[in-house]
Design a protein around this ligand. Structure first.
Ligand SMILES: Nc1ncnc2c1ncn2[C@@H]1O[C@H](COP(=O)(O)OP(=O)(O)OP(=O)(O)O)[C@@H](O)[C@H]1O
Ligand SMILES: [Mg+2]
Length: 289
């Protein structure tokens, strides 16, 4: 199970809330080794955790700690060296290539750092893609695309091409594309990385809506404590190991944000430094929660 490699300072330990929801994703004893002989990297080193249906989980950790590797193994873009990843009762590390493409198409939604829309398709066509590939009827596609676009506030860019949209609109179209086919799990790797703070807030509020209104289960990698504060729970990774987790519980987003900063400061060895304190002071007022 979770290997905690260091003891966090008092006050930032896991709140250990009970959770009676059904487990959707179960990562067990996952090891991912890159390279061989003299240049071996243990990108994931015996990682185990569960994510329940309807949770919004953030993944944080220093650069090179294994966050993207973890997401890539769950999305089956990459393969594990050993261990299992069970989604909805099925070990996805054992899928063969045809089952893999079906799994990616039907069960997963992706949101990347740069929206990754297809330039030659309109907003509508980009969002509709997953449904079209599945062979859904045109009427059903239109209904689902329009419903999702309304939810994410992008109905007025459905006829536009990505180059005619703002960065924030592109990200919201990408979020619509990720969820239009009702995936079991939405994976996002630094989804706000390329956005200014206003558009980042719009995207995060969008993810929050997906989670609370549509009950989407979301796993989001981020280095940004503000982005992470939108999640219910944060997994912290260091040197490929699960280091700690924080649950938001009944805390306000501002309080959760402060606790996240404390763990981040601890992880980077800067706990109590004036830079961490200054960072808290300059960000907390901006949160308004
Ligand atoms: N294809 C690869 N071949 C060899 N080593 C790799 C490969 N991909 C990642 N690594 C190594 O695995 C470790 C984890 O990388 P990963 O990309 O998961 O980090 P990360 O936490 O996402 O970092 P960042 O915050 O910088 O995106 C790093 O040491 C990296 O150099
Ligand atoms: Mg990464």
């Amino acid at each position: 199970m979770s290997v905690v490699t260091a003891t966090p300072p008092a006050g930032i330990a896991n709140a250990n809330q009970s959770n009676s929801r059904k487990v959707l994703l179960s990562v067990r004893d996952v090891l991912k080794v890159y390279g061989s002989r003299e240049a071996v990297t243990r990108a994931l080193d015996d990682v185990s955790f569960d994510i329940c249906e309807g949770e919004f989980v953030g993944v944080m950790g220093p650069s090179g700690s294994g966050k993207s590797t973890l997401l890539n193994c769950i999305s089956t873009i990459d393969t594990v060296t050993s261990g299992s990843i069970i989604l909805n009762g099925r070990d996805i590390t054992q899928l063969r290539s045809r089952q893999l493409s079906k799994f990616r198409r039907d069960d997963l939604g992706f949101i990347f750092q740069d929206a990754n829309l297809l330039d030659t398709l309109t907003g509508f066509e980009n969002i509709a893609l997953a449904l079209t590939i599945k062979g859904e009827k045109a009427d059903a596609v239109r209904t689902k695309v329009e419903r999702t676009a309304t939810l994410l506030g992008v109905t007025d860019v459905l006829r536009k091409y990505p180059r005619q949209m703002s960065g924030g609109q592109r990200q919201r179209v990408a979020a619509a594309r990720a969820i239009v086919a009702d995936p079991k799990l939405v994976l996002a790797d630094e989804p706000t990385g390329a956005l200014d703070s206003r558009n980042a807030a719009v995207l995060l509020e969008t993810l929050e809506v997906l989670n609370t209104k549509l009950h989407a289960t979301i796993m989001m990698v981020t280095h940004d404590a503000v982005a992470a504060s939108y999640a219910d729970r944060i997994l912290f990774i260091k040197d490929g190991k699960l280091f700690n987790e924080l649950r938001r519980g009944d805390n306000s987003r501002t309080d959760f944000y402060q606790r996240i900063l404390e763990v981040q400061a601890f992880l980077s060895g800067k706990q109590g430094s004036s830079s961490a304190v200054g960072f808290v002071a300059s960000h907390v007022t901006a949160l308004g929660n």
